[in-house]
Design a protein around this ligand. Structure first.
Ligand SMILES: Cc1ncc(COP(=O)(O)O)c(C=O)c1O
Length: 345
């Protein structure tokens, strides 16, 4: 993504340092979130990163900045639920991110930043929604316009955050989001002055990644056939919220497959809820069948535990073929990574 010209959006000191470690230019970073450290916050400011302040203590950190005061962004917390009932994650409780517009905290934050000689270059308005629908983004764009007008901000960017659908033909496509967002922003800003920043996560990393598993056993229960695989729900649904997948069931040759009214495809862990999905009225699975789950790249690998088995190998497929980019640990590597000073036998 770096080579393609994307910035690294990071939300903690650890992610900030990782981006530096893998060679992202310091001024190609967007530093968001509630887990910044004092030192990386100041370093990012010094190095020309986009820094979106999320909390009052970060405004206090501006006093420790040795350079000439510059522009920063502010994360805006606004009542999305009242604008789009039923859409906002957090519902009527609202969100813990950013400065609340409705209760005056945002006004006070703007005043504090400006009093210190810094300017407000940007507004960051990422909102997690349950629906990921374009109307959520239109409400966000309208809020950006309203706030810029009310506080007479001379913005350089509006950062509308992530949360888009991507790679799913049945769901909204990027033009549906961005044509609507752009039309709203153009009512107040010109594209020469104000840049639209987007932070798609799921939409970009979800679609290209598949998880390949093999059936190791089929057990027959009381009316249910359990298809035991060498995969696990913890790898593709670590938040335990999914019940269906895009998948391909490749039947192994050399078996009489037959038909099963109800199969529950399960994982290798010891948890009974390691049940991945159901196949109703389908080909009866047999050992050596391959079940490949598609579009499972988001909120999976980074959240998976090394529970029962090490994390799986990862391969990248490109024009030149298949390359292994991550290898399963062995016991020695696990102990080295998880004990101070490594593991001495
Ligand atoms: C600030 C911010 N930007 C971008 C994202 C990416 O969201 P998604 O993966 O839903 O696109 C998140 C996710 O929570 C976020 O908190």
């Amino acid at each position: 993504m770096n080579e393609l010209g994307c910035y690294a959006e990071v939300v903690s000191d650890d992610e900030y340092l990782l981006a530096q470690h893998v060679g992202v230019a310091p001024d190609s970073v967007i530093y968001n979130g509630i887990a910044k450290s004092h030192d990386t916050f100041l370093k990012a400011l010094e190095d020309g990163a986009i820094v979106n302040i999320d909390a009052g203590y970060e405004i206090s950190w501006l006093d420790d900045y040795a350079g000439v005061p510059r522009g920063v962004g502010l994360r805006v917390n606004f009542d999305l639920e009242s604008l789009c009932p039923g859409h906002a994650h957090g519902g009527v409780d609202g969100s813990r991110f950013g400065f609340c517009y409705e209760n005056g905290e945002l006004r006070r934050a703007i005043e504090r930043v400006v009093d210190k000689g810094f300017t407000i270059d940007g507004l960051h308005l990422h909102k997690s929604s349950k629906t990921r629908l374009p109307e959520v983004y239109f409400a966000i764009a309208k809020t950006a316009v309203k706030i810029a007008r009310e506080f007479e901000l001379k913005l350089k960017y509006v950062d509308i955050g992530g949360g888009f659908f991507g790679g799913l033909p049945s769901k909204p496509q990027f033009p549906e989001y961005f044509e609507g967002i752009a039309a709203i922003l153009r009512s107040e800003f010109t594209s020469d002055e104000v840049c639209l920043v987007v932070e798609p996560g799921m939409a970009v990393i979800g679609p290209p990644i598949s998880y390949v598993t093999t059936v190791v056993d089929v057990k027959h229960g009381l009316g249910t056939d359990f298809v035991v695989t060498d995969g696990s729900r913890v790898h593709i649904d670590p938040l335990m919220t999914k019940s269906s997948y895009f998948y391909e069931h490749q039947l192994a040759s050399g078996f009489e497959h037959g038909h099963s009214p109800r199969q529950v495809v399960t994982g290798y862990t010891c948890m009974e809820n390691d049940r991945i999905f159901e196949i109703i009225d389908g080909d009866a699975a047999q050992p050596s069948d391959v079940i490949t789950y598609q579009k499972v790249g988001a909120y999976t690998m980074c959240l998976s535990p090394a529970f029962i088995k090490w994390l799986p190998d990862v391969y990248v497929k490109d024009w030149a073929g298949m390359h292994q980019v991550k290898q399963r640990w062995d016991a020695e590597q696990f102990m080295n990574a998880n004990t101070c000073g490594g593991w001495a036998r």
